[in-house]
Design a protein around this ligand. Structure first.
Ligand code: FAD
Ligand code: NAD
Length: 477
């Protein structure tokens, strides 16, 4: 007889594993199928996020920033550094230990929540059935029955014909997290989130970095003001960002790659690099996820079709995370996972897609939530703006982190906060206050009346809220 569960989750990334844990917490008999195999040949929970995305990239960003800071420029603090050496293998060791500790942590949580972990491929069949094909050699595929099925198969990098990856010199983001030597010259196709984060890592470690971006506008999905400040800053750091480029070809020969592209002026250019990262976006991973006869609907871009509550077109089948519409962010997927688990258990659940924070972990960081000023302008909205520069915040000065600003946008008639954009040190942490404020429907006056500890970077958020009403204290209004 087929194994039976209340819930089967396909995929153990931050969408799937969180859904599985919440289902189990709610008393549902849960199994989670996942096929992730690391570079060491071992299976691991956590999906892209823990194994080849959010976590390893942040470990390298932190380590490379530390290395970079230690190299000097701290004389203003009265700190004179001596010779600083890079131990790249040690840096990878740090990254790998962080990943291992977290993926083992999920393993422990699966055990303590009595979740059945199934290592292998899952495929949605018809009539509430899933085929499980174990990774273990010689083990036979079996059918599993479940009242509810959650699809959480994530996403994979987009590849482009002009720059076919070879896993060695032309790589995706996972490959770029694993370079065993610092490339002398590094090319990056796509100056988006991955391009900027991983470009920053290798730049700090000594690479000459050139980013080829198709769009004429830098970070077109971020607020224009913030993107303008960020571009200036990143160029000062040595990231050579070329906008309006069309990559024509990339060919690897021995240890180098020759990239031909048309620049922003339409001129043909050639770029020779040691390594090339292709980071032009990710696409939903639905390869082999559902049998034809299951009748699962996907949209024209390949995302699994869902309603507002992550229900697919099939009864009892849900989909969450990168494989469905919305920003490809770990926290968005996790919240969907929790909401689906609670829906299945008969609770009322909801994800507020209007208030999902985004962060780019460059230095300084970029973080935002809600609407950008450009979106408000195009919608002809009646809005107000308050900004405050980091340079005017005492704590930022004490930290030597004076670059950047906080920008708050409000709906003019109601004063309700509708967007917050930050470029500056620890923006990833500061944005949380904006998220809370927006979730509670706060006005800029609410934020302005809240006491913020002194001296903190959060005072810049406070002052930006005051600035909406032209009453910031530490700047001219
Ligand atoms: P995934 O994490 O992709 O997990 C899907 C899992 O399902 C995988 O383990 C996969 O092997 C498995 N799977 C797929 N199909 C099947 C099948 N048929 N059977 C069995 N198993 C299957 N997001 C952030 O919010 N913050 C960040 O800082 C951040 N940094 C990133 C850095 C990089 C370099 C990258 C690449 C991504 C980053 N992201 C970040 C994005 C984040 O990783 C994704 O949004 C997130 O992992 C999506 O979660 P998921 O659970 O939907 O899918
Ligand atoms: P992205 O969408 O952030 O950036 C891709 C960039 O490539 C865009 O600027 C796009 O204009 C450009 N591009 C597309 N085709 C091109 C071409 N042929 N030539 C040159 N440029 C081209 O995508 P990404 O950086 O690959 O990241 C993928 C996803 O992973 C993102 O959507 C993001 O949600 C997620 N991610 C998040 C974080 C984070 O939250 N900090 C970090 C990394 C990745």
């Amino acid at each position: 007889m087929a194994k039976q569960f209340d819930v089967v989750v396909i995929g153990a990334g931050p969408a799937g594993y969180v859904a599985a844990i919440r289902c189990a917490q709610l008393g549902l008999k849960t199994a989670c199928i996942d096929d992730w195999v690391g570079l060491d040949g071992k299976t691991a929970l956590g999906g892209t996020c823990l194994n080849a995305g959010c976590i390893p990239s942040k470990a390298l960003l932190e380590a490379s920033e530390t290395y970079h800071r230690m190299q000097g420029g701290m004389e203003d603090f009265g700190v004179i550094t001596g010779e600083v050496k890079l131990d790249l293998a040690g840096m990878h060791g740090h990254k790998d230990r962080v990943v291992k500790s977290l993926t083992s942590g999920i393993e422990g949580l699966f055990k303590s929540n009595k979740i059945t972990r199934l290592e292998g491929r899952g495929k949605l069949l018809s009539n509430s059935k899933v085929e499980f094909a174990p990774l273990k050699k010689g083990a036979k595929a079996e059918e599993i029955e479940a009242e509810h099925i959650i699809l959480a198969s994530g996403s994979v990098p987009v590849d482009i014909d002009a720059a076919p990856m070879n896993g060695e010199t032309i790589v995706d983001s996972w490959g770029a997290l694993e370079f065993q030597e610092v490339p002398k010259k590094l090319g990056v196709i796509g100056a988006g989130v991955i391009g900027l984060e991983l470009g920053s890592v290798w730049r700090r470690l000594g690479s000459e970095v050139v980013l080829l971006e198709a769009q004429d506008r830098f970070l077109s999905f971020a607020d224009k003001d913030i993107a303008r400040h960020a571009l200036k800053s990143f160029e000062k750091q040595g990231l050579d960002i070329k906008l309006g480029c069309r990559v024509l070809s990339a060919s690897a020969s021995g240890k180098s790659v020759t990239v031909e592209y048309q620049d922003g002026d339409g001129k043909k250019q050639t770029l020779k690099v040691d390594r090339l990262i292709v980071s032009v976006g990710r696409r939903p991973n639905t390869d082999g996820l559902a049998a034809e006869e299951s009748g699962l609907q996907t949209d024209e871009k390949g995302y699994v079709d869902i309603d507002d509550n992550c229900r697919t077109n099939l009864p009892g089948v849900y989909a969450v995370g990168d494989v469905v519409r919305g920003p490809m962010l770990a926290h968005k997927g996790s919240e969907e996972g929790v909401a689906v688990a609670e829906t299945i258990a008969g609770h009322v659940a909801h994800v507020n897609y209007d208030v999902i924070p985004s962060v780019i972990y460059t230095h300084p960081e970029i973080a935002w939530v809600g609407k950008s000023e450009d979106a408000l302008k195009s919608a002809d909205a009646d809005y107000r703006v308050g900004t405050f520069p980091y340079a005017a915040a005492g704590r930022a000065r004490a930290m030597g982190q004076t670059e950047g600003l906080v920008k708050i946008l409000t709906d003019a008639p109601t004063d309700r906060i509708i967007g917050v954009h930050i470029f500056g040190h620890a923006a990833s942490e500061l944005i949380a206050e904006a998220v809370v404020a927006m979730e509670f429907g706060a006005s800029s006056e609410d934020l302005a009346r809240i006491v913020h500890a002194h001296p903190t970077l959060s005072e810049a958020v406070h002052e930006a809220a005051l600035a909406v009403d032209k009453r910031a204290i530490h700047k001219k209004n």
